[in-house]
Design a protein around this ligand. Structure first.
Ligand code: ZN
Length: 178
């Protein structure tokens, strides 16, 4: 009998330890202890197709010709998701477009900001940190889009974007006709 009691007591203690370790690691992975926690909650609350971790955000990501402030077009000035594929892709696009200076209309957006943008897709690549909208007009649209495609971007067709901006993203596998 005493052996059985000891066994039950040990099992209960092991279970308690396992629970404490799991709870501790879950808590540790969830809290960034700054505005990133609010941003991550927006992804969860809006059931976006991915949930970023603390390490997915940057407070100073930029490229040679584009500053962090230009690329962070969300509501939280200190944090954005800016993938390496975006930062290198926009530089290659600029080069392929004849090194002309380019105006960023939009790059990173947090979910709440994105849901207020007319025509923006719920799971827009702007939430993933690999998309950019460059300002354009009827004359520049075609050349700028081609420069993006030459830089391995997925490029939104004119029927969807109009000519006021060129949307480029580096998601990898592009939709048909992008
Ligand atoms: Zn866009």
């Amino acid at each position: 009998m005493s052996c059985l009691r000891l066994g039950t007591w040990q099992t209960a203690n092991i279970a308690a330890v396992v629970f404490a370790v799991l709870a501790g690691s879950l808590f540790a992975s969830a809290a960034c202890n700054d505005d990133r926690d609010k941003m991550i909650k927006e992804y969860v609350d809006q059931t976006i197709d991915f949930t970023p971790a603390c390490g997915d955000f940057t407070s100073d990501g930029h490229s040679t010709h584009f500053t962090f402030a230009e690329l962070n077009t969300g509501d939280f000035s200190a944090w954005a998701i800016l993938r390496g594929s975006l930062l290198s892709g926009i530089e290659t696009t600029r080069t392929k477009n004849g090194n002309a200076s380019l105006t960023v209309n939009s790059a990173y957006r947090n979910p709440k900001h994105n849901s207020g943008v007319e025509g923006a897709a719920k799971n827009s690549r702007h939430l993933h940190g690999d998309a950019i909208d460059f300002q354009s007009d009827e004359d520049s649209w075609g050349g700028l889009r081609q420069a993006g495609k030459d830089a391995s971007a997925c490029a939104e067709p004119q029927a969807l974007s109009g000519t006021g901006h060129v949307h480029l993203d580096w998601r990898g596998t592009c939709p048909a006709n992008w």
